[in-house]
Design a protein around this ligand. Sequence first.
Ligand code: ADP
Length: 467
Amino acid sequence: MSLRFSFFIIIFAVLFLGLLALPHVVNMSNLSPLQHAVTYTLFAVIVAAVTSALLHIYIRRDFHQVLDFVNKLTLGQFHRRLHITASHSTASLATPMNDMATYFENCVQDLSASNEQLLTILNTMNEGVLVLTPSGSIQHYNRALRHMFPQVENFKGLQVVEAIPVPGLQQAVDDILSAPVLSNGAEGKNYTSLQLELDPERVFSVHLTPAGGNDVSLGAVVVFHDISPIVRLERVRRDFVANVSHELRTPLTAIQGYAETLVNTEDFPEDYKRFVEIIRKNGAYLARMVEELLALARLENTHMPLATSEVSAIESVQAALLLCRLQLELRNIQVKIEFDESILLKANVQHLTQVFRNLLENAGRYAPEGDAIVVRAQSLPDTDAEHGGMTLFSICDKGPGIPQVDNMRIFERFYRVEKHRSHASTGLGLAICKHTVERLGGHIWVESPTPEFSTVFYFTIPTFIGD
Ligand code: ADP
């Protein structure tokens, strides 16, 4: 029965009983019919008013108890329960209110348990973690991050650049926080990575991603991975290779020189001459490998961009052709240059010529005898997001091609596609090309086969746009 209905029943019951009792309480025999009616009405109003006032006081007391309980819930005191006996007007509220409090209490316990677990995970991670608000200020950070940047006392509330004064990092944070929200399932890049070199002994690989997957309205997460030991080892390896290569140069020159002398000595027995010729050839092969290793070491030793100037693309290709002309003539390979001779590049002429030479030599080695290699170039417009303002070169041949599985790996040093293995191959040429092109600001990749050719090496170089 509803509260309001009970309320009316009580008032009517009291009123009815009152009206029945009225003639016994008041002498009404000498009253006129009008006075009768007025007396009854007055009496009824007084009884109803008194009864409802009493009921109001009674119900108000019960509601105060409920209100007090709700206020305690809003203060987070979810362990409280409403204790109401069946005689109370609000008794029917007790069970749902207590169930609600139990539900909230369980939710809060679950949330704080998973929060504790997350904090433990964060603090036991080796990677430093920063959690940023949508406006880019630091909301949380973990213990590893504090060890990585001990100079910062308290990260909370700071902008990233205030804690770690590297403009490139702040730029990456701004970019990720201002990136358009990708709808669910939409393809797109919602993370970014960069290498942060604070000094030669402190190098971090940093990954940034929106905290809510594709959505930056929850802020962003920045993870710092300390790669200093890897970078240090890499440097040691590079120095070792460069030093060994350097040390090998002199004895190799001596071996080649003496072998050459013996081969050219007239009264030297012919049988021995054959052996010495093998020594000379292998010496030349080793000398080439040493030179290429030194070239790679020079390219890797500094992250500074190579010194560049205005370079004519056609002149660079022709210079490369002069260097590998003999090898191409031996196999009767033609080179067709199919591009506008006025193309100007922003490059380093020696390094660019070396790239053309390596690619032409490879194409010349693998193209069918008597066939042609095609060299093309096209300017890519600035609107091309990835290669804008670049010139795209392609060196095409109709040789045996490169299997799909090797496409990604042929740019690694010493990597050779097994079936093309030959003595003259060191497996370093494409590694040099990749380093050079990237140091000049471009990219290099291979496609094999293409509709027209079996192998096409593509690379981009910035187009010259004036000083
Ligand atoms: P190298 O300097 O010894 O030629 P590279 O690094 O230039 O070595 O090439 C690596 C490997 O890639 C080669 O051993 C060869 O197997 C393969 N390769 C390179 N260019 C071509 C090509 N045009 N056609 C087929 N295979 C190629």
